[in-house]
Design a protein around this ligand. Structure first.
Ligand code: AMP
Length: 187
């Protein structure tokens, strides 16, 4: 199963992607985590992206696309994956279609959380890029660059919207249920 988790920053994508990947026995591919690892290990790429991430801006597509495609070519992603945080722009989405084809994604889980709740969640999370200014910028970037992907995947008929409110385990349960119903309705 090949999935994408889509939603605004602070919606709980990382937590849910991790839980669902575990439940399904597929790879969890988070570009944000990959970049954070580069920053903490002080690699050349890490040096390049640190300031961009701290501001809450997007890393240039060329860098991100190359890193992602290399990652999903690895053996553990052969049986399926959850993309968490990629694609985040229409250009990145096109790159998936171009490299893997439209079957790169069986379903797109859209986590739905109200905006006030997002800011509160991020400010209480304490990640390096969770300052108020960066949080506001990431929300703005999400709206302009990433939100159009909802329409793209809805038009393809593969989007599933799930409420991201409530207990972590309940949200995971709702996602797994909607994925099950999808496999039942499709041949
Ligand atoms: P995340 O953990 O998904 O919230 O990502 C943290 C940060 O990593 C983002 O604010 C961006 O600076 C960078 N990043 C992660 N994924 C992407 C992507 N697909 N395109 C561009 N930048 C990204």
């Amino acid at each position: 199963m090949r999935l994408l988790f889509l939603g605004p920053p602070g919606a709980g994508k990382g937590t849910q992607a991790e839980a669902v990947a575990h439940a399904k026995g597929i790879a969890h591919v988070s570009t944000g985590e990959m970049f954070r690892r580069h920053v903490s290990e002080g690699t050349v790429l890490g040096e390049e992206v640190k300031a961009i991430m701290d501001r809450g801006d997007l890393v240039p597509d060329t860098v991100t696309i190359a890193m992602l495609h290399e990652r999903i070519g690895q053996a553990d992603a052969a049986d399926g994956y959850i993309l968490d945080g990629f694609p985040r722009t229409l250009h990145q989405a096109d790159s998936l279609d171009a490299e893997i084809g439209e079957d790169a994604l069986d379903a797109v889980v859209i986590l739905d959380v109200a905006e006030d709740e997002l800011v509160n969640r991020m400010l209480s999370r304490g990640r390096a890029d969770d300052t108020e200014e960066s949080v506001r910028n990431r929300l703005a970037v999400y709206r302009t660059d990433t939100e159009p992907l909802k329409e793209l995947y809805s038009n393809r008929g593969i989007a599933l919207t799930v409420s991201g409110l409530g207990e972590v385990a309940d949200i995971t349960g709702r996602i797994l249920e909607s994925l099950d119903s999808l496999t039942k309705t499709r041949p």
